[in-house]
Design a protein around this ligand. Structure first.
Ligand SMILES: O=c1ccn([C@H]2C[C@H](O)[C@@H](COP(=O)(O)O)O2)c(=O)[nH]1
Ligand SMILES: [Zn+2]
Length: 165
């Protein structure tokens, strides 16, 4: 037998893990997942956007508009920050972070401080916002590589049917 040719690339694998993690998010508008990978291509942290531990995602708002305190924005812990905080207890110096959405300025501060050296992202849908502009400025000044990926495949289908294993 010859080996499979249609296996997914490292980028597709790690972005896929980030996206799968994002499926845990309760945010009705934007589900973000992030996956941190070390220099040996080992996953060392994952996260998604969600409320901090102990804060009920049924009691706090998920609205985007209205009075600030009645929106999700002051409460949600972002995917990239969660991935950093959830890491397996190592120094993240030299790691890469895969994230579905280009990190905001607050996540970028945490990325820089943690020693992560590359940000790999899929969507930059908030590029026009001041937070994204500030974020790029900080990441570029800090010498962090930014790479938008365009996967060869548009989806990865996962069957949970035991017969497909
Ligand atoms: O760096 C980021 C930026 C945003 N998020 C999360 C925070 C929110 O839950 C959504 C953004 O909501 P919109 O409805 O698109 O404004 O994404 C994140 O995890 N990381
Ligand atoms: Zn953020």
């Amino acid at each position: 037998m010859t080996k499979r040719a249609d296996y997914i690339s490292w980028d597709e694998y790690f972005m896929g893990v980030a996206l799968l993690s994002g499926k845990r998010s309760k945010d009705p508008s934007t589900q973000v997942g992030a996956c941190i990978v070390n220099q040996q291509n080992k996953i060392v942290g994952v996260g998604y956007n969600g409320l901090p531990i102990g804060i009920s995602d049924d009691e706090f708002p998920w609205d985007k508009e209205g009075d600030f305190l009645n929106t999700k924005y002051p409460y949600v812990c972002h995917a990239e920050l969660n991935a950093i905080l959830n890491n397996i207890g190592i120094n993240l110096e030299g790691c890469k972070i895969y994230t579905a959405l280009f990190p905001c300025n607050e996540c970028s501060k945490a990325i820089i401080q943690s020693g992560i050296k590359e940000v790999v992202y899929l969507s930059d849908k908030h590029a026009h916002k001041e937070s994204a502009i500030a974020s790029k400025k900080m990441l570029q000044t800090a010498g962090i590589a930014l790479r938008k990926i365009t996967p060869r495949i548009s989806e990865v289908v996962l069957s949970l049917d035991e017969k497909d294993v």
